[in-house]
Design a protein around this ligand. Structure first.
Ligand code: DSN
Length: 429
């Protein structure tokens, strides 16, 4: 087992070094198909592990509660400037530790407890922070949920797409203070304009949670919500390919409330090492090569969806416009749950996550679906041909799931495929 190129400084702690080597081996010898994961660049990883991890800097550039922030102020300002330029926004806050924190900071900054928020339901593709009963968000604010249109077996009729008639009817009835657009398991473009029209009609603010598609937006492969939304939140580690973390963009009129809500409202000291890594990622995302990367992500996802359909899987909504393919496993095998499929594929060296599909009869812990994504293996250099091969590896593993030798045979082929696509051999090429 080899060690990663990034753990050379970890000396004297054999246990952690060994665990990092194991994880390096897992990431580079198995297939990474979780739609929210990616391989960050060596420059992003270096900034994450930099001297900035040593510094306390509660507050914002020019207004800190600790001394010694002359350099840190420049780092955070650089990240904010790069981000504002990348998306064409008025104001950026780069301190949220995660996308969930970013979302809660927006609710806290712009609303009062008990206010009504209209957002997408979890089993229809929404996120936990869009008001799931399991999330603290649903205990503080009053959520009303919209969903997608029914499944359509007629190729000329779009099914399982955001039901804007439902969004509008609920908005007119409940008069929310905030409408949330954006999803965590939805493979179609999310057009911001119809959300803006509905928000204007009922006098609501509009937040676009672009956690999944932020990189696609930056690369020009998904519509940019910034001109339409009051606030845009996102994570920096998914399609955007930066460090783990979150960020918020907003119109100037909301800037003070958003900043106050992140700090001191929700968080303490910002992670300036992560903020430096965010700055690195924002610069990388402004390059032409990143746009080409996002085009390949989408092209690969479309090819992957076609190959999976040919293997007998039903693709939720009939296809994809982004980096994600959501499988309804029931047409492939009525007895196969998402939980079992995820476990079998793990044994075959194919990393995925189970996911509910619209109106799933099974619980979120069991599910009837799998969510697959192309960002990470596209970074590693795979193209449509390899994703077709991956589709048949998935089908093979699931068909022969009761025989360990069969699953092990798939794993050997997965290892062989991965050995030709080390993400760090020639990063992002
Ligand atoms: N990060 C989300 C995702 O995997 O889509 C879950 O919070």
């Amino acid at each position: 087992m080899g060690s990663s190129p990034f753990d050379a400084w970890i000396t004297g702690d054999d246990q952690v070094t060994d665990l990092l080597s194991q994880e390096w081996n897992r990431q580079t010898s198995t297939l990474q198909l979780i739609a929210s994961e990616n391989f960050a660049s060596p420059a992003v990883m270096a900034a994450t592990g930099s001297v900035l991890t040593n510094k306390y800097s509660e507050g914002y550039p020019g207004r800190r509660y600790y001394g010694g922030n002359q350099v840190v102020d420049q780092v955070e300002d650089l990240a904010r400037r790069r981000l504002v330029a990348l998306f064409g926004a008025d104001h950026a806050n780069v301190q949220p530790h995660s996308g969930a924190n970013a979302n809660v900071a927006v609710y806290q900054g712009l609303l009062e407890p008990g206010d009504t928020i209209l957002a997408m339901r979890l089993d229809q593709g929404g996120h936990l922070t869009h008001g799931s009963p399991a999330s603290i968000t649903s205990k503080i604010w009053n959520f009303v949920s919209y969903g997608v249109t029914p499944r359509s077996d007629d190729p000329s009729v779009a099914g399982e797409v955001i039901d804007f008639d439902n969004v509008r009817a609920l908005a007119l009835h409940h008069r929310p203070k905030l409408i949330v657009a954006g999803a965590t398991a939805y493979s179609r473009f999310i057009e911001p304009a119809p959300f803006r029209e509905i928000a204007d009609e009922v006098g609501a603010l509009l937040m676009f949670d672009s956690a999944h598609v932020a990189g696609l937006i930056a690369g020009g492969s998904h519509p940019n919500p910034v001109p339409f939304a009051d606030v845009v939140t996102f994570t920096t580690h998914k399609t955007l390919r930066g460090p783990r973390g979150g960020a918020i963009l907003c119109r100037e009129e909301h800037a003070k409330k958003i900043d106050m809500s992140v700090f001191p409202g929700m968080q303490g000291g910002p992670l300036e090492n992560a903020i430096a890594a965010k700055a690195v990622a924002f610069r990388e995302a402004s390059h032409k090569s990143f746009s080409e990367y996002t085009e390949r992500i989408v092209e690969n996802a479309k090819g992957f969806a076609g190959a999976l359909a040919a293997e007998g899987f039903r693709i939720v909504s009939g296809g994809t416009d982004n980096h994600m393919v959501i499988l309804d496993l029931r047409d492939f095998d009525a007895d196969l749950t998402g939980k079992v499929a995820q476990e079998v594929l793990d044994r075959a060296g194919i990393t995925t996550n189970r996911n509910q599909i619209p109106d799933d009869p099974r619980s979120p812990f069991v599910t009837s679906g799998l969510r697959l994504g192309t960002p990470a293996e596209t970074t590693a250099g795979m193209g449509v041909g390899e994703f077709s091969q991956v589709a048949s590896l998935i089908a093979r593993a699931l068909r022969g799931r009761d025989e360990e030798a069969h699953v092990e045979g798939v794993r050997v082929d997965v290892n062989e495929l991965c050995s030709r696509f080390n993400p760090y051999a020639d990063f992002g090429k």
